[in-house]
Design a protein. Structure first.
Length: 255
């Protein structure tokens, strides 16, 4: 890990984020900790433990030596919907992607728990550029010049073969694209997607129930008018206008 961090920094990486937990002592911790600086963000894990007696929220932070030289830490935990699909943007004010964005100089909007937002995905697994461990160790040998310059780099686990939904995998998640590909997306790529959403303001807003109800009533009223005693040509033109209006209204409500 030491040489990878220093190699990325030497190649001009803006931020180095670790989607890997360092909550317990391990071999090489000292070298990695000493190489971590203000441009480094480590992962925090938050897990809800359910027992018959009570529910406990367990927060596991990186060992103190990892943040001793100015490195930051952010919560990497994500929460799936009831069907097991990951759709929700993290609501943590110190989420791992949010901390990476801040360290890089970006100013993402603060989370609003009264109106949760959805992750906008841009494709199935492997939609973001990734490199192997050996390439990151020696980027000047295995990668084009300036490959990491000015980039936000997230380090994590990613299997060579994309796991399918039935088999499951550690730190891999179902996304809306899993219904089409039957494949899981690695957690490190999910973090990259969330980071992209935060920096570029691409997450999808959810609509309050009352506004959705009004939109449904308006749609019903428009449908009733269109299906009235109009001439066929007028019906078609009204239908086209109604569709355009629905698309525009949906886009506005999701901002």
């Amino acid at each position: 890990m030491l040489f990878r961090s220093e190699a990325l920094r030497a190649e001009g990486a803006k931020v180095i984020g670790f989607d890997v937990m360092f909550g317990e002592p391990g071999q090489g911790d000292g070298e990695l900790a000493s190489a971590a600086g203000p441009d480094t963000v480590f992962a925090i894990d938050e897990s809800l433990i359910e027992t018959p007696q009570a529910s406990s929220l367990i927060r596991t932070e990186p060992l103190p030596e990892f943040t001793a030289f100015g490195a930051q830490a952010g919560v990497a935990s994500v929460h799936m919907d009831g069907d097991g699909v990951l759709r929700q943007m993290p609501s943590y004010p110190d989420s791992l992607p949010r901390m990476i964005a801040r360290v890089s100089g970006a100013k993402p909007a603060e989370p609003d728990n009264s109106r949760p937002r959805l992750i906008q995905y841009f494709g199935p697994a492997n939609s973001y550029p990734r490199v192997s461990y050996y390439q990151a160790l020696e980027p000047r040998k295995y990668l084009p010049p300036g490959y990491f310059k000015g980039k936000r780099v997230i380090i994590g686990y990613s299997l060579q073969a994309t796991p399918d939904v039935a088999a499951g995998a550690t730190d891999a998640f179902e996304t809306p694209y899993s219904a089409l590909t039957n494949a899981l997306t690695p957690g490190v790529e999910v973090q990259a997607t969330i980071l992209d959403n935060l920096i570029n303001g691409l997450s999808i807003g959810t609509v309050p129930f009352w506004l959705g109800f009004i939109a449904m009533l308006a749609g019903g009223a428009v449908a009733t008018l269109i299906s009235g005693g109009l001439k066929p040509l007028l019906r078609v033109s009204d239908l086209v206008l109604a569709l355009i209006g629905c698309i525009a209204l949906s886009w506005l409500m999701m901002r």
